[in-house]
Design a protein around this ligand. Sequence first.
Ligand code: XIL
Length: 334
Amino acid sequence: QKTLKSAYKDFFPIGVAVGPRSLTGPDAELISTQFSSLTPENAMKMGPIHPEPNKYAWQDPDAIVAFAQKNGMKVRGHTLCWHNQTPKWFFTDSTGKQVSPEALLARLKQHITDVVGRYKGKIYAWDVVNEAVPDTGTSIYRRSKFYEIIGEDYIEKAFEYAHAADPDAKLFYNDYNTESTAKREKIYQLLKKLKDKKVPIDGVGLQGHWSIYEPTAQELEKSIQQFANLGLAVQITELDVSVHPKEHERRAKKSTDTGELTAEMVEKQAAQYKMLFDVFRKYKGTITGVTFWNVSDKYTWLDNFPVPNRKDYPLLFDQNYKPKKAFEGVVDFQ
Ligand code: XIL
């Protein structure tokens, strides 16, 4: 019986994103038999791990790291600086006024130093900055609080702080929609700027929140090649293949889809997953990790998101933890 981690041992670690509840029961069984890397789905984000100025919540992230170590898995950290799931206190002083650029940088430094420092030597790769590039418009910088208060420097500073806290950790910029022409170009410009300035960045994370309709092999390969040309490693960091069309398409078709799984979706998903992993293997050496965003279709963050009351089935294991048709196409190759 092939497993994901045995099939890919000569290529890259196969990871999975989990919460603390997955560390026992059927999830835990599947995680330890199939995967070789673990990522906290939420537990290391700014809000969850640093809820108040001088208070860290180490229990959940510690438990995830301990589980990984017990089972001989690597750990991929997610994420040190993001505009979402970051507490209000980060940007305001005790009177509720917005903090100065210097004060926000000092907080960012403290946060990154503490979090990376705690797991020094235990986390092999970090998503340092997440989703800093906007989907629309011409600016390469999303107008987040970090950008508005500090300016574009917050990105390179975050990498410098992380590198100082653990010089051996591989540091990544991570984003979604990386196969759309406009966004690929903007991300490329940002990464090139960082490389030119000798910022300690090792790679780029393509989140990989894809669907049975996109991306095409050509679009994906173009992104991999373009980012690799900068001398960066590429990891797929949040892989799932939704069986539903992306929202603009859905709206255009005025779909009333409630999330029922059809035989056609199952086939298309298997074909899409096979194509994706064919491409990943083709870029052996450049692609240094592939992480799935959740364990099985029993629970996925895409349930009821972005469409309420709609189930999704984006993973390789079904709601009963059984491998799907898509699993076979991923592990069976010459
Ligand atoms: C998601 C989690 O899976 C959800 O549980 C949470 O409610 C929202 O965030 N891009 C990212 C991830 O970088 O951190 C997000 O994770 C999914 C999109």
